[in-house]
Design a protein. Sequence first.
Length: 262
Amino acid sequence: MQIRGAQESDKDTVLGFCKDTFSWGDYIVDVWDKWKSKGGLYVLEEDDLVVGVYHVTSLEKEAWIEGMRVHPKHRKKGLGTSMLTHAESVIQNKVIRLIIESENYPSIRLVKSVGYDIEEKWRLYTMVPQRQESSAEIVTSPSQLDHIITSSTYADSWKWLPLDKEETDHLMEQKRIIISTKSEKVLAAGIWNRSNDFPQIFQLGFVSGTKDGILDILRYVQNKAHDLNCERIQVFVQEKISLEEDFLDKKSLFYLMKKKLY
Ligand SMILES: CC(C)(COP(=O)(O)OP(=O)(O)OC[C@H]1O[C@@H](n2cnc3c(N)ncnc32)[C@H](O)[C@@H]1OP(=O)(O)O)[C@@H](O)C(=O)NCCC(=O)NCCS
């Protein structure tokens, strides 16, 4: 067994065993070229056959693992565990995070067995872009965000990134933080982006605040996605914030898993 950097010649084999990973298929086919050119894409070979793959992105404050797959006929032999161990040797001294759908029991068991814990539960909702009335606006002063950011991470293109003061300032400069206010009091805040991998998808990677404030932000997002001609909106919300609205389609629950390497 060896784990090595992916080559272009591995592509067909990997996409071959990643066609039907989930009931809906898989997204590896859509991201292979990007992951391959950015680096951090590894394959696992056994008896000269490529039967595993994963991607790691090493950022300043965390490493993100995604796209871990083992050929269905080669599972339960420790290969998934070997890839996670390999990732740790590549990363070193960081926080590692990854996201798993809450009913993907084999994966949850596997990452728990090598020391990952659930950091937070996130619910995915979807909604459609459309014209809406909203009084939400882009935040202009950091002081407006005091006490309203209630998470240590936010989602951007299916990566959960650390949400500290430095990141908040950076997102503010990028005009990606939306707030809803009433009589100068901030009711809610949200962070938006356009998916890196699928530009037709608009995403809200964090939202928190009062119910009215959150609804105001969701209307702002519907409008903005409509202006940008996006086809769909994905909204990621911490599970502790419960949203039951007709215009929101409630999708799966996801576990954000974390392991500290120091
Ligand atoms: C998740 C996934 C990568 C795990 O790969 P894997 O190679 O089967 O993982 P491992 O073999 O290291 O561990 C899986 C189980 O096999 C067991 N196992 C490991 N070696 C074994 C052996 N020699 N004999 C019997 N069982 C063994 C492990 O203890 C573990 O048991 P558990 O499920 O009771 O905890 C694989 O199931 C997969 O590709 N799933 C679809 C894609 C997916 O869900 N990816 C993750 C999304 S985030």
